[in-house]
Design a protein around this ligand. Sequence first.
Ligand SMILES: Nc1ncnc2c1ncn2[C@@H]1O[C@H](COP(=O)(O)OP(=O)(O)OP(=O)(O)O)[C@@H](O)[C@H]1O
Ligand SMILES: [Mg+2]
Length: 378
Amino acid sequence: MEIQSTQVGIQDVIQRLHRDLPSILADQFGTKILALHPPRFVKRPYSTNAIVQVETREGTHGYFVKQIIHHPLNVVAFADQPDQASIEYRILEELHPRFVDIERCAVPRPIILYRDADAYVTQFVDARDLVGDMHLVHYGANRRRFGELLQNFEASGRWLRHFQGALDIHRSGEEVASYVLKRCLDRVARVEELGASWVDPQFADRARDYIESLFRRLDMSLIAVVPRHGDFGPWNTLANDNGITVIDFFGAGDGPCCEDLLSVLVWLDALKHGIANSGRRIDRLAQAFLTSFGPVRPQQTEFVLLCEAFQRLLRIVGALHSYAADKDRRATWPERIERRGNLAANVGWFQARPQRSTIWPSAGNIPAGNPAADNIPR
Ligand SMILES: Nc1ncnc2c1ncn2[C@@H]1O[C@H](COP(=O)(O)OP(=O)(O)OP(=O)(O)O)[C@@H](O)[C@H]1O
Ligand SMILES: [Mg+2]
């Protein structure tokens, strides 16, 4: 469902791109177009995509068009920053040159922004979605290919470390913590709307109390703010023989230093509930990711828990959405196992007493008000 249709249709965006491609190719490669292939379109819940390919004397060049859809679930992001296509595009412009020399790590090269159409174009990356390789955590799955998956998780850790140092910071710790709180409460409200028969009726009230109590105990001066992707993980990572390319900077900006790390760790944790999945292989992926990320800054326990609560709520809402979508398309059995795992791991986390992070790497989290907190690097 769209709440606001964009003024310019995707066909018009393609026409503009066709108009602009001759000069783009001349500037970038000093070459001319010999033929244009018909574009391929993909309509997704949050964007409409098109792949445009052109033939030149030197070979085929591909372009990926992304036109943002104003989806009800992203109301918070749009209210905050309405011009999302420009934001994503500017981030790619900043990041692309910085990743050119980073081993096996990239972002797509930005080509052109059509601001009034909420659309932008990047180079087409000939690669697969990394999430599609996750069957390699199954018991007995091909070892050599699992080794490649490990390498890609290692590259993801390295990518994230570089990303966290690659953009300027504009928001304070307090603003960032308030934003996490707001997004947590928003997701709890979604669980309430969608939850009904799948989640304990007390869940929303308890989760709200817990989240608010964590927030009240925060020492805002200790919160480390870094650039955050906001939806970081194998589902927004492309992989090919050259390594990984991270995509989809919708909603990226300043955030808590633990958010993107926890996004991957919480997701891996839920996978352990899949009956075919090897917990040992999943642990090895988490280890490869964390090792290449490098040292994790000590954080207030309450803050790690607040960020972890948010990631777990995202997963719960995702699983509940998938149940709701069964009316239209019955989930496949792997999808059903995955969402059951998600609910078991993530609702279970909120129900455990006391809640504590079992996945955050630094065992020595620092309680708020602890004098040792004075020495925390920001
Ligand atoms: N530059 C690119 N080259 C090739 N494929 C791409 C590129 N960018 C994105 N894709 C493909 O398009 C898909 C959707 O892209 P993206 O994640 O940016 O959009 P989205 O609307 O946020 O989708 P989703 O909600 O599924 O995350 C990706 O999973 C990937 O398969
Ligand atoms: Mg995406």
